[in-house]
Design a protein around this ligand. Sequence first.
Ligand code: SF4
Ligand code: SF4
Length: 92
Amino acid sequence: MRIDEKLALDAFKSDKESHIIIKHEICRKQCTTKPCLFVCPGHLYSYNEELDEIVVEFAGCLECGTCMVACKEGAIEWVYPKGEYGVQYRYG
Ligand code: SF4
Ligand code: SF4
């Protein structure tokens, strides 16, 4: 089974509030390479041209923490989802 097929079997329980907060003013002023757009294994980060903002589809987060490590500017505030929320892995 391929990794994307395994990931498709995972279940997510989504909170209304995001567990990932992005400080947009830092992204605009200090970050030219925007690694968050490339490192997320779930491809959850994107750039919204209209808002001039990085957005993250937090509901599909795999809780790997990669985006927080990759953001050298410290613009990502990341915590685990609350209690019963978040990803439920089916294949380890
Ligand atoms: S890597 Fe960090 S600072 Fe750069 S765009 Fe992404 S969230 Fe913003
Ligand atoms: S923690 Fe991992 S899966 Fe979640 S948004 Fe960051 S890079 Fe993507």
